[in-house]
Unconditional design. Structure first.
Length: 89
Protein backbone atom coordinates (compact mmCIF):
# COMPACT_ATOMS: atom_id res chain seq x y z
CA UNK A 1 0.00 0.00 0.00
CA UNK A 2 1.09 3.56 -0.64
CA UNK A 3 2.00 6.38 1.69
CA UNK A 4 -1.65 7.35 2.09
CA UNK A 5 -2.78 3.86 3.04
CA UNK A 6 -5.81 3.75 5.30
CA UNK A 7 -5.62 1.71 8.50
CA UNK A 8 -8.86 1.91 10.54
CA UNK A 9 -8.60 1.65 14.30
CA UNK A 10 -12.26 1.50 15.17
CA UNK A 11 -14.17 -1.55 16.38
CA UNK A 12 -17.86 -1.99 15.61
CA UNK A 13 -20.10 -4.16 17.78
CA UNK A 14 -22.99 -5.93 16.06
CA UNK A 15 -25.85 -7.17 18.25
CA UNK A 16 -28.19 -8.80 15.72
CA UNK A 17 -28.25 -12.51 14.88
CA UNK A 18 -28.39 -11.85 11.14
CA UNK A 19 -27.62 -8.76 9.15
CA UNK A 20 -28.04 -7.95 5.47
CA UNK A 21 -25.07 -7.06 3.33
CA UNK A 22 -26.70 -3.65 2.77
CA UNK A 23 -26.79 -2.98 6.54
CA UNK A 24 -23.22 -4.16 6.97
CA UNK A 25 -22.06 -2.08 3.99
CA UNK A 26 -23.65 1.00 5.56
CA UNK A 27 -22.13 0.30 8.98
CA UNK A 28 -18.56 -0.21 7.79
CA UNK A 29 -18.64 2.80 5.47
CA UNK A 30 -20.37 5.12 7.96
CA UNK A 31 -18.06 4.07 10.78
CA UNK A 32 -15.13 5.41 8.80
CA UNK A 33 -16.57 8.70 7.52
CA UNK A 34 -14.91 10.36 10.53
CA UNK A 35 -11.54 9.49 8.98
CA UNK A 36 -12.31 11.81 6.05
CA UNK A 37 -12.43 9.15 3.34
CA UNK A 38 -15.41 10.68 1.56
CA UNK A 39 -14.57 14.39 1.93
CA UNK A 40 -12.35 15.05 -1.09
CA UNK A 41 -13.43 15.65 -4.68
CA UNK A 42 -12.38 12.12 -5.65
CA UNK A 43 -13.65 8.94 -4.06
CA UNK A 44 -11.16 6.68 -2.29
CA UNK A 45 -10.14 3.55 -4.18
CA UNK A 46 -9.92 0.06 -2.77
CA UNK A 47 -11.82 -2.73 -1.10
CA UNK A 48 -13.40 -3.69 2.18
CA UNK A 49 -13.47 -7.49 2.54
CA UNK A 50 -15.80 -9.18 5.04
CA UNK A 51 -14.48 -12.63 6.01
CA UNK A 52 -16.55 -15.52 7.42
CA UNK A 53 -15.70 -18.67 9.40
CA UNK A 54 -16.30 -20.92 6.39
CA UNK A 55 -13.55 -19.03 4.49
CA UNK A 56 -16.05 -17.23 2.27
CA UNK A 57 -15.86 -13.48 1.86
CA UNK A 58 -17.84 -10.49 0.61
CA UNK A 59 -15.99 -7.69 -1.17
CA UNK A 60 -17.20 -4.09 -1.11
CA UNK A 61 -15.59 -1.66 -3.54
CA UNK A 62 -15.38 1.68 -1.74
CA UNK A 63 -15.69 3.78 -4.90
CA UNK A 64 -18.92 2.05 -5.98
CA UNK A 65 -22.30 1.59 -4.31
CA UNK A 66 -23.33 -1.91 -3.29
CA UNK A 67 -25.04 -3.68 -6.19
CA UNK A 68 -28.81 -3.94 -5.70
CA UNK A 69 -28.88 -7.72 -6.22
CA UNK A 70 -26.54 -8.14 -3.19
CA UNK A 71 -28.41 -5.84 -0.79
CA UNK A 72 -30.62 -8.52 0.81
CA UNK A 73 -27.92 -11.19 1.22
CA UNK A 74 -28.11 -12.23 4.89
CA UNK A 75 -25.03 -12.92 6.97
CA UNK A 76 -25.11 -14.53 10.40
CA UNK A 77 -23.14 -12.27 12.77
CA UNK A 78 -21.65 -15.30 14.56
CA UNK A 79 -20.09 -16.40 11.24
CA UNK A 80 -18.06 -13.19 10.79
CA UNK A 81 -14.36 -13.47 11.61
CA UNK A 82 -12.89 -10.13 10.55
CA UNK A 83 -13.02 -7.28 8.07
CA UNK A 84 -9.96 -6.17 6.11
CA UNK A 85 -9.39 -2.83 4.42
CA UNK A 86 -7.20 -1.98 1.45
CA UNK A 87 -8.11 1.63 0.79
CA UNK A 88 -6.19 4.47 -0.79
CA UNK A 89 -7.67 7.84 0.17
Amino acid sequence: MGANAYHPKRHVTLDKGKITLKELDHIVRYAHVSYGLYESDTLPQGKIVIHTKDHNFYTLEVHKPLQSHRENVEINIEDLTHITYDIQA
